[in-house]
Each structure stands twice: as C-alpha cells, then as structure tokens.
Design a protein around this ligand. Structure first.
Ligand code: SME
Length: 159
C-alpha cells in the first residue's frame, strides 16, 4: 500500500506500522535503523528525506538516512536547529513552514516542512527521527502519533 498524495489517514498509519514490523523483523541497531529510514522514505510520498540521528555526547550524529541526497548536517549540537531543539526539549517538533522558523537549519532547497521525533531510552533522549517534506504543512498529529510509535520500535532494538 502506498499512502496516497497528502496526509496519512489513521487506517494507513495502522497498516504502515504492521508493514514496518515485517520490514525490520529480526534486525537490530544500525541495520534496523537503515531498514526503517528506507521503509519510511520509499513508502510515504510526502516523507522526502528521512534520517535518524544518534546522541553522542553533546551532539546529534547522523546514523542512517534515505532520500535523494546527502545532508551536510551530519553532526548537530544539541540545542541547535529544529533537530537540536527537539533533542533538548525531549519532545516532537512539527514545523509546518520551515521558511518561517528561525531555528531551521537548511539541508535541501526543496524542503518546505519538517518533523523531528525524539527516540528515548531509559528516560533519556538517545536519538531522533528527522523527516523533511517537499510539501508545505505535510505533518499532522497523526504523523506525530505514527512516528512516535516508530521511535518506540527503534528504541526497543537500539543497541
Ligand atoms: N533541518 C534540520 C537539520 C537537519 S536536515 O533537515 C537533514 C534542523 O533544522 O535541525
């Protein structure tokens, strides 16, 4: 199933979680994160670029990504950018129009909106999922719910 055109529906989100389970079955750590970013990027048309960053000391370090191009932001200090803000606050950030958010660090000219979802383990932020969309206002509270469930799965097999 491909989530069509615009925003996710609840039913699509449920189906996608089941398909993701099959896509990552038996994998752990980096291999699992590679499978996750690939799955999200190829299955959901509005998820134009998908990355997972891992916390290393005071920085976020790019660990796995899928999309048309590499980003220059492979290391982001916690507190900097939308990514660093979400990691510091420990909560999901949705930016519906990146051109209006002064925290935004640009990776791609084509990006219009972004969601960053922290991955927590034993009460601390250990990483995060970062998704750029070429569509304005691409992320709803359903994407948040869906991606928070994905983040939990990533946390369960993090090491
Ligand atoms: N836009 C992010 C930086 C990471 S790139 O989107 C891959 C930010 O503002 O933190």
């Amino acid at each position: 199933m491909k989530a069509s055109g615009n925003r996710l529906t609840r039913e699509q989100a449920r189906e996608l979680l089941a398909k993701l389970d099959s896509a990552i079955a038996g994998s752990r750590g980096r291999a699992c994160r590679d499978a996750m970013v690939k799955f999200l990027n190829t299955t959901i048309p509005t998820y134009s670029w998908v990355g997972i960053y891992a916390v290393q000391g005071k920085d976020l370090v790019l660990d796995a990504w899928a999309g048309p191009a590499a980003t220059e932001h492979t290391r982001i200090p916690i507190g900097k950018g939308v990514c660093g803000f979400a990691a510091k606050a420990g909560r999901t950030e949705i930016v519906s129009d990146v051109s209006k958010d002064p925290r935004y660090l640009q990776c791609f000219m084509s990006t219009k909106s972004e969601i960053v979802v922290p991955i927590t383990g034993q009460g601390a932020v250990i990483g995060e999922i970062d998704i750029d969309s070429d569509q304005l206002d691409a992320f709803s509270s359903l994407d948040r719910e869906f991606l928070e469930a994905v983040a939990k799965k990533a946390s369960n097999v993090w090491a």
